[in-house]
Design a protein around this ligand. Structure first.
Ligand SMILES: [Cu+2]
Length: 729
């Protein structure tokens, strides 16, 4: 969260850091002395991309085991580690997923730990059985237990903040003497795996309260089992699994606990008569992230040294190590800094994932220093294929989102194409300064010079991916067509047509300032961010989003900050209706006036009673936002209407199934969510089908520890920007 009143100081700090790093001896971590590595010293495009189309993938159709492990891996070029002393020369200490794969007793083929872990591939409608095993032992166990030359040590550099609400296996006090607990945690590491985007039972959803330590000796209050069964009944698509532990997700994911999960089946292998989608070596997963390193090549996660890239701590008395937003100066793809990939002059299908903590990517494929941008085609998003390919020159995506794209390299024989990113940090209200030539680069493709035949589906042919002319999947249906649209924008209450939408909610995204404010701007210079909230309610407060199974709801996400936030809803794939500019200062005044004494009370919840509909008929306890809708965005949020195209209906490339949506600064982001499997028809004989009260999932989503919805800026998610989602009968 970036408030403009300290943005000057922070960007100055960031510039100083970029100039000075490498020289100054600063302690970047509370427990281990770390000197930041100057990212300019890392050569780019020298090592190959770790490519799962060559490394191999794990067959999830037979039971498999995933081990959470700590080990060393070379993220930076090998030439860098070669200059380091033992034990650092063996690589960067990371967490990763090791896997056992074989018969039903798994062990035939143990795969060593890897960051990101091996991709798991499953077949639609086949249940995947997985045993998650936590081997992340506490630091005091010593190196001998581990086959790990550094000893278990990562938790000494990725400092757990015990002053935020977190898993807390040792039951330490969160506050001591009126201050946030200042003691870094050094016990067994709690971890749990969430399969992002999955339609799955909540006992297997890997929510933040289902964490467990090695041997499940300590367990979160929602823990039921560490042996999961995923139904995989949803449409073929790109999912990913990653850590989701309460209050330490940002550290566990940063350390490396993430991997792809592909659901295959009818629907993703091509268009009859038009060629198969690119496969084999022409289908490549790419997870984009940013990281920061110390001069020993070890991960650096700032916990408060003032000259760091991300500036000083906000409120160290309350949260001694938590930073509102992490940005690293090294871009990685599949766990390798600025890699290269040799490709044939053919079409390639890239499964893109933004796995960064906070960084947005606005991707371009640049030729000749970006004088030319190679166009590419989006064929699918989070939850499956689009009806037809969407041609783009750039693609904006935020943490947690996936896009399925095809790039045709055939016109670039013998050339190099650089994947670049021009999204500012934070997005879209930049305060951190990064060097275009460094962090703007992502990876490089070198295209072979000899012409080769390519029979794969050509997205430029105009062929459809779904619907008529394709047997792969029915045309993507809108869950609901909303009434009252004007110039493409829905301006009236979406429940006017009650036959289709059962519940309408208006919910706020709140920055919580040290001064006590809960919307942007803060109280001025020196005001700090204490937390981020959804609907001004902390995570542990009782559930308010309790949709009926089968019902269709419209949610208006009212962004009261000056950042974009990727909002992720578990269990379902939903659709984006529109992003509507609104007058935040005027709405903020009405919002404050609705509280007692005209002043927001942080964590109080919404100003009014949640379950009493407002003038628009919306639940959520907030004043109706629709009278504050505007035709254009106000200038406090950058909205160039081009780079991000955030105003108006969903961009064509995000008009499919989504489980994460960019809730844009200066906008109300309107989504429609149906609490059913994604591919049920919405209309029969021209009439909308009402599934309310009917459970159409192959499991009972109303039982178990329940689901959540949250911001996928992981530093926000870890500090309260998360709420329960309880499905009721
Ligand atoms: Cu957020």
């Amino acid at each position: 969260m970036a408030a403009p009143f300290f943005s000057v100081a922070r960007s100055t700090a960031a510039i100083i850091a970029l100039i000075a790093i490498g020289g100054a001896s600063v302690s970047a971590s509370k427990l281990v002395k770390q000197r930041p590595l100057d990212a300019r010293k890392i050569p780019q495009f020298v090592e190959n991309l770790p490519d799962f189309s060559a490394l191999g993938r794990v067959n999830g159709d037979v039971p498999y085991r995933v081990r959470f492990e700590e080990f060393q891996q070379k993220i930076l070029p090998a030439s860098f580690y070669a200059k380091l002393a033992v034990p650092y020369s063996a690589g960067t200490m990371v967490f990763g997923y090791g896997m056992d794969q074989g018969s039903k007793h798994y062990p035939a083929l143990p795969l060593k730990g890897l960051y990101p872990g091996y991709t798991v591939v499953v077949t639609r409608d086949r249940v995947a059985s997985v045993d998650y095993q936590n081997n992340l032992r506490p630091a005091h166990y010593g190196a001998a237990t581990f086959n790990n030359p550094l000893g278990p040590s990562l938790e000494k550099t990725l400092t757990v903040d015990q002053g935020i609400h977190w898993a807390n296996p040792a039951h330490s006090p969160m506050m001591t003497g009126g201050m946030g607990n200042q003691t870094p945690y050094l016990g067994a590491i709690p971890a749990v795996t969430h399969l992002h985007g999955a339609e799955d039972p909540s006992v297997f959803d890997g929510g933040p309260n289902t964490w467990f330590t090695p041997g499940a000796k300590a367990r979160g209050p929602g823990f039921v089992t560490n042996k999961y069964a995923y139904p995989n009944t949803q449409e073929p698509t790109t999912l990913w699994f990653h850590d989701h532990t309460l209050g330490t997700t940002r550290l566990n994911v940063y350390a490396g606990l993430e991997a792809f999960y592909l659901i295959r089946g009818n629907g993703d292998d091509g268009v009859p008569g038009m060629g198969k989608l690119p496969a084999g070596r022409q289908e490549v997963e790419l997870v984009l992230q940013d990281r920061q390193f110390d001069t020993n090549g070890q991960l650096l996660f700032p916990d408060g040294y003032p000259s760091g890239l991300d500036g000083p701590l906000q409120n160290p008395k309350l949260h001694p190590y938590w930073m509102p937003e992490f940005f690293g100066d090294v871009i990685t793809v599949n766990g390798k800094s600025w890699p290269k990939l040799n490709v044939a002059p053919k079409r390639y299908r890239f499964r893109l994932l933004n796995g960064a903590s906070v960084r947005f990517f606005n991707l371009q494929f640049c030729v000749n220093g970006c004088q030319t941008k190679a166009p590419f085609y989006v064929i699918g998003d989070d939850g499956g294929l689009l009806d037809k390919p969407v041609k783009v020159n750039q693609l904006l995506f935020s943490p947690g989102e996936r896009y399925d794209i095809i790039v045709d390299f055939s016109g670039f024989r013998g050339k190099a194409i650089t994947m670049r990113n021009d999204a500012v940090t934070p997005y879209p209200s930049a305060f951190a300064k990064f060097t275009r030539s460094l962090q703007g680069n992502v990876m490089r493709f070198s295209i072979g010079s000899n012409a080769v035949a390519d029979t794969s589906f050509n997205p430029a042919s105009g062929g459809r991916l779904r619907g008529s002319g394709s047997t792969v999947a029915p045309t993507l249906e809108k869950i609901v067509a909303l009434p009252g649209t004007k110039g493409g924008l829905p301006l009236s209450s979406p429940i006017a047509d009650g036959k289709k939408v059962q519940v309408y909610r208006q919910l706020t995204l709140n920055p919580i300032f040290g001064s006590g404010g809960c919307h942007w701007p803060g109280a001025g210079m020196g005001d700090v961010i204490n937390a981020m909230l959804l609907n001004n309610t902390s995570f542990e407060a009782k559930a308010t989003e309790k949709p009926r199974v089968g019902s269709t709801e419209v949610w208006d996400l009212i962004d009261l900050s000056n950042d974009d936030h990727p909002i992720h809803i578990h269990l379902v794939q939903f659709q984006i209706i529109a992003r509507i500019p609104f007058n935040l200062p005027a709405y903020g005044a009405a919002y404050y006036a609705a509280f007692p004494h005209d002043r927001c009370i942080p964590e109080h919840g919404p100003p009014r009673s949640y379950d009493v509909p407002n003038r628009a008929g919306a639940l959520g306890g907030n004043p109706d936002v629709t009278p504050f809708f505007l035709k254009k965005t106000l200038p406090y949020c950058m909205d160039d209407g081009n780079a991000d195209g955030t105003t108006g209906p969903a961009r064509p490339e995000e008009a499919g199934w989504k489980d994460s949506v960019i809730a844009s600064c200066g906008h109300v982001t309107r989504v429609v969510v149906r609490f059913t499997p994604q591919d049920l028809p919405a209309v029969k004989n021209g009439k909308p089908i009402n599934y309310t009260g009917r459970n159409t999932f192959p499991f009972d989503p109303t039982t178990g520890p329940g689901y959540i919805w949250h911001c996928h800026l992981i530093d926000h998610e870890d500090n309260e920007m998360m709420r329960p989602l309880i499905i009721v009968k």
